[in-house]
Ligand binder design. Structure first.
Ligand code: ZN
Length: 110
């Protein structure tokens, strides 16, 4: 870490060009890619790039989903299939629900 401290001052005003040597990284701090705020990275989360603000976490999730849809055709297909399956299943579900109620109503009135 002596090495980092001996670096010229320009490396301490980090713009992540030389990320692994930057002071923010040395202090365990990172800059949120969504809001640009410095945050304390958690050691348990390598490559953490979003702060804990709820808006940034939503952004992270959106980005993950966007990337997932973009890079994983299986995921896209699964999602479409699941939605289709639900739509196909759903009318039947409600029809049965109604029928059961009607049947129950008739049985009760008898
Ligand atoms: Zn943020």
């Amino acid at each position: 870490m002596r090495y980092v401290l001996d670096m010229p001052a320009m490396f301490f005003s980090c713009n992540h060009v030389i990320y692994q040597f930057c002071m923010e990284n040395f202090m365990g701090k990172k800059r949120c890619v969504a809001c640009g705020a410095l945050f304390q990275a958690r050691p348990q989360v390598p490559n953490q790039s979003y702060c804990s603000a709820s808006t940034c976490q939503r952004e992270r999730k959106r980005e993950w989903q966007r990337r997932k849809l973009h890079t994983d055709p299986d995921h896209r297909e699964n999602k479409a299939r699941a939605q289709q399956a639900w739509r196909e299943r759903n009318p039947e579900y409600w029809r049965e629900y109604r029928d059961v109620r009607l049947l129950a109503g008739l049985t009760l009135s008898d």
